[in-house]
Design a protein around this ligand. Structure first.
Ligand code: SF4
Ligand code: SF4
Length: 689
């Protein structure tokens, strides 16, 4: 009787402590800014829960740690029944779960997962203690190990309790289904019935106490993700992967005192705060981050942990002030420490290329880029504090509509070609209203010498294929991608609205572009401002023309080629097949993948507005990627992005490897093959400046 009362009290106290902490955590989330995201529609919601949470899909991308976590996760689900049985046994001798509690299959599953979880824990210790993977750098490793020991303790006490119950003949299952527990029972054979009963009581209490302590401890530890990850997945953004968080700006009503983006912890949305509570500190994001991997201070994991720590540090005082009334709360809000540089160094914020590798790797769907961009928005639009080199690109975009600072009239220069080429005659969209597609040239395609040649070659391919297309010429402006990713949302919105107006005026429906950044912005972000267009990246368009027989590669390139996937194609938009299809259609080529390709591509270092910033620390990202390409021993590095083209060509020059490898856009390779008579080796257009 006494033990039943004590256990009842312990359960009550535990649930009270658990509930109190959960109430406090919900209070912390309510401190955040609003976010109108809804749980995903029922079908997608269920699919995500099954695939990401129950199927552990993202974790299983990493075979050994993924399988380990799969077993621990499912062990928790299945072994929840044993916890129920354990507490039930305190209150009733021979307790079993109603309906399923004597079902042999359940007993067998419990036995299997006890072993699987113990194996998972041992694997986790081996990974942590012997392999020391870099992804754990900066994580709370001691805390992680306490949790592992606690889980191991729960498993061992379950097993011994089951063994003791079998030896006492109180076990609800037929032991033929539970060989592991039956083996544990043999440990108790030498003891008398009284001793076995005493042992059973000790293990049962030991088991119950660890579970109760664990329940409260997880709400104060990184294992809070056990509680929050389901909600984090449920509220994952429904935006396209490459689209940034929309931001409402009333430009006419803007004053100097307005605050934009995230300057203090309460400027982050409740979802961004939930992201912090959900971080498991696994470091998968850190291990994929090109900035971290090239020696920069940015680690997406540490950034999320720092934001979470700031919330847990400032949250209690904010909740207390809220209770004391509006006056106290407002005063405290005004005195909150700025997120940058107090919580996260400015340098960390500017290191990000928005490549998306972190978001893709995160097993619990944390959205790092949203928080980084919100802090950039605050630094640029509220604080006017940003890397000096960004200044001219921003001014140029604002004043001339492109980061190069060129006049709109120069946007047609590329049509002239080189001294050895015939100028191309391409109609303005107003002269060809029946055009089936608009060629969106992009600023790099119009002003950068390397990329002007790519635009020329691509346009020539369209003419060869008989595509009825047009251009905007001087009426085209920068899509605003670099401005938006630098945090200068007002410049982006100005450019976006201007472009959408022009595109709508000319009733443009389909756009083709050779720039993944333009592609992403036009396709994924312009709909936020009412501009909905069909947008196709040139690699996909060319693949389609080759398949239809409208372009027929014939000259042999006799080259070994590898392809660098742009982040804004492969990772943000799942666009990666077309480039390979085009390359493989060219006779005589031998194609091989880079080690990091497709969704796992490695950033060239130019995204996120970084094209216009200096890399002050560590190894240059473009050189890191160039080294990987050189290691492939291919003669040609094919690209499908003007930024990658510039960055990787620079990398090759920096490595003095011009003799060894050249960088060519996919369109240039295709044109070289098409323009060559049958069976003759093709000459690739000289594109290196
Ligand atoms: S988006 Fe890319 S560069 Fe930025 S934090 Fe994530 S992985 Fe690092
Ligand atoms: S943000 Fe995601 S991937 Fe990065 S450490 Fe946290 S849980 Fe792991």
């Amino acid at each position: 009787m006494v033990e039943k009362i004590v256990m009842s009290l312990l359960i009550l106290v535990t649930f009270a402590a658990f509930g109190r902490r959960i109430r406090e955590l919900v209070g912390f989330l309510r401190l955040g800014a609003p976010d109108d995201r809804q749980p995903r529609s029922l079908g997608r919601k269920l699919k995500d829960q099954i695939v990401v949470v129950l199927g552990q899909r993202k974790l299983l991308q990493w075979t050994v740690p993924g399988v380990m976590h799969f077993f621990i996760f499912w062990g928790f689900v299945i072994l929840f029944t044993t916890i129920f049985e354990g507490f039930g046994a305190v209150f009733q001798e021979g307790f079993h779960i109603p309906l399923i509690g004597k079902w042999g299959v359940l007993g067998a599953l419990q036995d299997f997962f006890i072993v699987a979880v113990i194996a998972g824990i041992i694997t986790a210790f081996v990974i942590r203690r012997l392999q020391h993977p870099g992804r754990f750098r900066g994580s709370h490793s001691k805390e992680a190990e306490y949790i592992l020991w606690a889980i191991l303790g729960i498993m061992i006490t379950i097993l011994l309790t089951r063994g003791a119950l079998i030896s006492l003949d109180h076990f609800p299952y037929d032991v033929r289904w539970t060989p592991v527990s039956d083996a544990a029972a043999s440990l108790f054979e030498p003891f008398s019935l009284e001793v076995r009963e005493a042992i059973d009581t000790v293990f049962l209490w030991w088991h119950s106490l660890i579970i109760l302590a664990f329940l409260v401890y997880i709400t104060y530890s990184k294992h809070l993700h056990i509680v929050t990850s389901t909600f984090n997945v449920l509220f994952t953004s429904e935006r396209p992967k490459g689209a940034l968080k929309p931001m409402h700006i009333d430009m006419d009503a803007m004053t100097e005192d307005d605050r934009f983006g995230a300057g203090v912890i309460t400027d982050l949305t409740w979802k961004q705060l939930l992201d912090g509570m959900t971080c498991t500190e696994c470091g998968r994001c850190q291990s994929q981050c090109p900035a971290w991997n090239t020696g920069k201070p940015l680690s997406p994991k540490l950034l999320i942990m720092d934001l979470r720590d700031a919330l847990f540090e400032q949250g209690p005082a904010l909740l207390k002030a809220q209770k004391n009334g509006d006056g106290d709360y407002k005063q405290l809000l005004e005195n909150l420490p700025p997120l940058n540089p107090e919580v996260v160094e400015d340098e960390v914020i500017w290191d990000c290329t928005t490549c998306g590798a972190c978001v893709q790797a995160c097993p619990v769907n944390i959205e790092h880029i949203d928080s980084i961009i919100d802090m950039r928005r605050n630094l640029v639009m509220t604080e006017s504090r940003f890397p000096r080199e960004m200044q001219s690109a921003l001014q140029n975009m604002e004043n001339t509509g492109n980061p190069w600072g060129q006049p709109p009239s120069a946007r047609l220069e590329w049509t002239k070609g080189t001294s050895k080429q015939e100028p191309l005659q391409i109609p303005h969209v107003s002269e060809n209203p029946d055009a089936e597609a608009l060629l969106w040239v992009g600023c790099a395609g119009a002003f950068d010498d390397r990329n002007k040649k790519v635009t020329y070659d691509f346009a020539k391919l369209l003419q060869i294929a008989g595509v009825n297309f047009a251009i905007l010429g001087g009426d085209e402006s920068c899509t605003g991608d670099p401005a938006r990713r630098m945090g200068a949302e007002y410049i982006y919105q100005m450019l976006a609205e201007q472009n959408i107006e022009v595109l709508k005026e000319h009733e443009v429906k389909t756009i083709i572009t050779a720039c993944p950044h333009c592609f992403n912005t036009l396709f994924n972000e312009y709909p936020q401002f009412g501009g909905v267009f069909e947008v196709v990246h040139h690699t996909e368009y060319l693949a389609r023309l080759v398949k239809e027989g409208r372009l027929q590669p014939k000259g042999e390139l006799a080259k070994s080629i590898t392809y660098h996937d742009p982040c804004y194609n492969a990772r943000h938009n799942d666009v990666w097949k077309g480039a390979r299809e085009v390359i493989e259609s060219i006779p005589g080529t031998s194609y091989q993948e880079l080690h990091r390709h497709g969704h796992s591509t490695f950033c060239c270092g130019a995204g996120g507005g970084r094209m216009w910033m200096e890399e002050h620390m560590g190894k240059k990202m473009n050189v890191e990627r160039t080294d990987e390409a050189l290691a492939s021993a291919s003669e040609t590095l094919a690209v499908g992005c003007p930024y990658c083209n510039i960055m990787l060509a620079d990398g090759i020059q920096e490595r003095h490897a011009d003799e060894q490898m050249n960088v060519r856009d996919v369109a240039q390779l295709l044109l070289a093959s098409i323009e060559t008579p049958d069976q003759e080796p093709a000459e690739v257009t000289e594109a290196n400046p």
